[in-house]
Write a protein that binds this ligand. Structure first.
Ligand code: 13P
Length: 256
């Protein structure tokens, strides 16, 4: 099954108007060299609109890093409704990133509600799942992935995965410089795909599953060549245009 590659930059809480403008300028100089790759940037919410203006007419897509789980707009101070992300040009939104689960108390139930809220606004959720180091070392990786996937599957149904992306992000690999080996990534991706195949093999087969966690220019190719790895969710390296574009090049040249 040929799945189109996706390389998504999660800028997290980084940047300024000035640094964003430089980064996007440099990305736009290169991005058309990679026509077989969907390229996405997810800036901090306050910058989405200005980044979007700069991206206008380019193939680079825009995404949010988070959204409210509330179905309707209303009195929820500090929150962002999915329709607002759509309004300023987003087509994707990250949900359930491990930093949100760990630092902001997002439970599986909240993540599932955000996944649903995203889709109800026409956004494609990028559902992040992944185990901690302690969970991996105690042999619980598959149980954790199964639980995180099942909570969304139970709440939203398998059909919801037709218009979604999953990102496998082992917590121990995020921002640590310690990347999963291609074998570790492939095993986890195949496991996730297998969990969904139990509900619908066709949907599972067409679902894009990204790897995230210390992806850099020099390890992207070996990760992207794994049969079940369909691209990457890039943190630190997405803030450097040279690194980010080299990762896009690796996605363009993968042997699938
Ligand atoms: P790093 O690429 O900085 O490890 O971050 C990965 C990540 O969390 C992307 O969402």
């Amino acid at each position: 099954m040929q799945r189109r590659a996706l390389v998504a930059g999660n800028w997290k809480m980084n940047g300024s108007r000035d640094s964003n403008a430089h980064l996007i300028h440099d990305i736009l100089l290169e991005v058309r060299k990679y026509p077989d790759v969907d390229v996405l940037v997810c800036p901090p919410a306050i910058y989405i609109e200005s980044v979007g203006r700069q991206l206008d007419g380019s193939p680079v897509q825009l995404g949010g890093q988070n959204l409210s789980e509330q179905e309707k707009q209303g009195a929820y101070t500090g929150e962002l409704h999915g329709s607002m992300l759509r309004d300023v040009g987003c087509s994707y939104v990250i949900v359930g990133h491990s930093e949100r689960r760990a630092f902001y108390g997002e439970t599986d139930a909240v993540v599932a509600a955000k996944f649903r809220a995203a889709q109800s606004c026409g956004l494609t959720p990028i559902l992040c799942v992944g185990e901690t180091l302690q969970e991996r070392e105690s042999g619980q990786t598959e149980a954790v992935l199964a639980r995180q996937i099942k909570s969304v599957l139970d709440a939203c149904g398998i059909a919801a995965f037709k218009q979604a992306v999953v990102a496998y992000e082992p917590v121990w690999a995020i921002g640590t410089g310690r990347t999963a080996t291609p074998d570790q990534a492939q095993d986890a991706h195949a496991f996730i795909r297998g969990q969904l195949a139990g509900a619908d093999a066709r949907i599972s087969n067409s679902l894009r599953i990204l790897y995230g966690g210390s992806v850099k220019a020099d390890n992207a190719e070996s990760l992207f060549n794994c049969p079940d790895v369909d691209g990457g969710l890039i943190g630190g390296a997405s803030l450097k245009s040279g690194e980010f574009m080299a990762i896009c090049a690796a996605a363009q040249s993968r042997s699938k």
